[in-house]
Design a protein around this ligand. Sequence first.
Ligand code: TUI
Length: 320
Amino acid sequence: MIRTSLTDLVGINYPIIQGGMAWIATWELAAAVSEGGGLGIIGAGNAPIDWVRNQVQAIKAHTDRPFGINVPLFSPFAAQVIELAIEEQVAVMTTGAGNPTPFIEPLKNAGVIVIPVVASASLARRLERAGADAVIAEGEESGGHIGSVSTMSLIPLVTDAVSIPVIAAGGVGDGRGLVAALALGAAGVQMGTRFICTDECIAHANYKGAIVKANERSTLVTGMSIGHPVRCLRNPMSREFESMEKAGVSEEQVIEFGTGRLQMAAMQGDIVQGSLMAGQISGLVHDIIPAAELLRRINDQAEALLARMATWAQPEEVTG
Ligand code: TUI
């Protein structure tokens, strides 16, 4: 067992949490991750509040273990999702794509653990002061909406900036990634892309297949021109998006072109015209397995690696 300040804070077996991916991280995946000993997260995305409420009811019927809800703060329903987390006494609330300061106090007063996603050390510092219980530091290797600093640089910068637990995200897909994150000072990891390729994830088989097929050069970043960079797999849709941006089309046209594309890929399996949000770690994903098996595999790989690495440091030989 790898026990860290994250496993203690949340009450989980493995220091691994699942990313709150819109349209993809439904109760089925979240329940499987929580039952498997990690922290499952329901991704609220832009979904209306009734959808989120149904998801919470469903997961409660399938697991007694702690789980969380994620909401990107640009969702028109963000405030209602946070109210729901309070009402339903959800264990953990994670937020993305913005500054959740106004929501921290009400959540904490209700006993909800608050873990915002940050892409900078400065926001991490501000959120620690505002009462966040931990932060997820997400590097630009991640899929979906991203910041501009790599995980390798961001994690030590954030761990130096705050004393609350830091969870590393972006470019983590196996036990080596977990050990690397711990070495950089993190208390655990969040993985998104890797969890898409599990049996319980409801994402369309075509989406999972595209990730399994991908290599390290398969992703690109769209939406930079509208201040909303999103990493996704290269396909006809993202290449067209890229050329529209290069040609300097208007912000309205870019937004109109991009809207609804994630749902097309995740639900309908349209891997040509849909947006396949995924991280650079896609190249490392080779199979689709149950979430619990994935958690065990990553833990076992990390434990073996830690044990091996402990033998590397040799005491200085005394000579003469
Ligand atoms: O939120 C994410 N990733 C996401 S949300 C999302 S939903 C979507 N659906 C359709 C089209 C486009 C998006 C897809 N991917 N990750 C968490 C994250 N948060 N990454 C970076 C940040 C972040 C960036 C800036 C957090 C805070 C921040 O602060 C700015 C500020 O206000 O200081």
